[in-house]
Design a binder for this molecule. Structure first.
Ligand code: GLU
Length: 523
């Protein structure tokens, strides 16, 4: 059906952080709204008062904003670049809409679509136990109060029993629904009980509140997890009872783990959206990866921008089978986004983590040098948060690890080579010194003091100049280059990994190289 004014919504309960599943639901609703030129509404389902918190709400809003999922109506949230929220169809918090639910419940009571149930919690529990014991095919409320007489009701009221309000399900009706993803499905109401719409305290339950909100907010399409499929049947009947058209439903399959089970927080790499942010996952990559959990951009490409997704998104193209979460693919995608950036972009985005690991103000003073360090690692890392850790060996003289120790001892002449090489570097026009800055924790951090000094000399002191001098030295002394690099790298980096040797020398600068080589050679 073509709707002249498509309106979609994401309706989280603020009972915990935004996880991958919620983010995907939000994203698909958002993408459909944007692709149809419609409105995207954020509604907060906060009727679970014991578990709903302002903190969770703040985390959800922040997570959506981080992923670039903006909303037109709902809670206010100003990102600086965009003011989300507002709208004429509110309030957008369910606890502020209790009078709307009361009014609708009265209407359904009057029309006979709902009834008051005076059963105690103990009775309901006893019925459940009995059904279990009898292995009954039907589980749920037994309809005890469905047809109470006025006198019976009056007696309960006189005793002061405050009732639940239940929806009267048709006893035996085949409901045929067309789901945008699952196609035509028929469900018989026999398997569904008369469910509670409103509790004695006047707070509505999800299936009822959701319909009243979808009506008031003029929602035309609902995309949500398949765990809500049967809720969709219940909700459809409420729409009908109130005389409203039901939105189009699309129930998306679960996200699975590598073993094909339901994805859980315990599966490797599964985190809340803001945890990905805090570990330095690029948001474009996380967005891109989440979009692919059930939907495909094109056969040939799975890296795309938000705009490209909006252009291409069709909810009908979401798969029927559950999508598997694959941490390796997510990390590959993060690395892919990183490699496409310029070193300057990378440096800026890695800034928060680098600043944390450097003395105050050092980031700005040494930005040119840091840019070079970042450039050497851009091909090797996936997360912005990784740079700070990776460049640790550049900032303080390292203690050789086990692999480095081995490489230092492998060749009998290694110490002589290191001494000789130190003399070669001393004579090279490398950035002369990266003197120590005093770190916050009073550790020595080796950094170029003035970026101008580094730039002025960099014409001579390129990694290429270092390479020429290094190869010439090895050749002169008849040392195989492959043998030579191992102890040198070990002395300079304390490991057997890292960027190319000439980049290492270039980044470290003369003083640190000479000092480390001589130290490893035993003075
Ligand atoms: N609050 C519900 C949830 O988080 C919303 C379901 C719906 O979209 O109708 O699962």
């Amino acid at each position: 059906m073509i709707h002249p004014t498509p309106r979609l919504r994401f309706a989280p309960s603020p009972t915990g952080p935004l996880h991958l599943g919620g983010a995907r639901t939000a994203m698909y609703n958002w993408a459909l709204a944007r692709s149809l030129g419609g409105t995207f509404v954020l509604r907060i389902e906060d009727t679970d008062r014991a578990r709903s918190t302002d903190e969770s709400l703040a985390i959800i809003l922040e997570g959506l904003a981080w992923l670039g999922i903006d909303w037109d109506e709902g809670p206010d949230y100003d990102t600086g670049a965009r003011k989300n929220g507002g709208g004429d169809h509110g309030p957008y918090f369910q606890m502020q809409r209790l009078d709307r639910y009361r009014e609708a419940a009265e209407r359904l009571l009057a029309s006979g679509h709902a009834y008051r149930c005076y059963c105690s919690a103990e009775r309901i529990e006893a019925v459940r136990e009995q059904q279990k014991a009898e292995k009954s095919a039907f589980l749920g409320y037994d309809g005890h109060c469905r047809d109470l007489s006025d006198a019976q009701r009056a007696a309960f009221e006189a005793e002061g029993v405050v009732p639940n309000i239940r929806f009267r399900m048709p006893a035996d009706e085949a409901v045929v629904v067309h789901d945008l993803i699952r196609g035509q499905v028929e469900v018989n109401t026999r398997q569904l009980d008369d469910w509670v719409m409103v509790r004695p305290d006047g707070v509505p339950l999800y299936n009822f509140a959701c319909v009243i909100d979808d009506v008031d907010m003029k929602i035309t399409h609902v995309v949500r997890g398949e765990e809500h499929f049967l809720n969709g049947i219940k909700q459809r009947l409420v729409f009908q009872a109130l005389g409203h058209e039901c939105p189009e439903y699309a129930h998306i399959p679960l996200i699975l783990n590598q073993k094909g089970g339901k994805l859980s927080k315990r599966d490797p790499g599964v985190m809340s959206v803001l945890e990905y942010r805090d570990q330095g996952y690029p948001e474009e990559a996380v967005f891109n990866y989440i979009a692919l959990l059930g939907w495909g951009f094109s056969g040939e490409r799975d890296v795309f921008t938000r705009d490209e997704m909006v252009q291409a998104f069709k909810v009908e193209n979401v798969g029927k089978a559950g999508a598997k979460f694959d941490l390796e693919k997510l990390l590959w995608m993060c690395g892919d986004y990183l490699r496409r950036m310029t070193p300057e972009q990378c440096l800026e985005r890695a800034r928060p983590w680098l600043e944390k690991s450097l003395p105050d103000g050092a980031f700005d003073v040494h930005a040119a040098w840091l840019r070079n360090a970042v450039a050497c690692y851009q091909e090797r890392v996936a997360l912005f948060g990784e740079f700070a850790e990776r460049i640790g060996w550049l900032l303080t003289d390292p203690t050789p690890d086990e692999a480095a120790q081995k490489n230092l001892q492998k060749h009998a002449d290694a110490k002589t080579w290191l001494r000789g090489y130190a003399d070669v570097l001393e004579a090279l026009p490398l950035p002369a010194s990266y003197p120590a800055a005093r770190g916050a924790a009073d550790t020595e951090v080796l950094l170029p003091i003035q970026k101008d000094a580094v730039e002025a000399q960099s014409a001579h002191a390129t990694p290429q100049a270092v390479e020429r001098a290094t190869r010439a030295f090895a050749e002169q002394h008849g040392i195989k280059f492959g043998h030579f690099v191992h102890p040198v790298r070990a002395a300079l980096t304390g490991t057997d990994k890292g960027p190319g040797l000439f980049d290492v020398v270039f980044l470290l600068g003369k003083q640190a190289c000479v000092r480390r080589l001589r130290a490893a050679a035993g003075g």
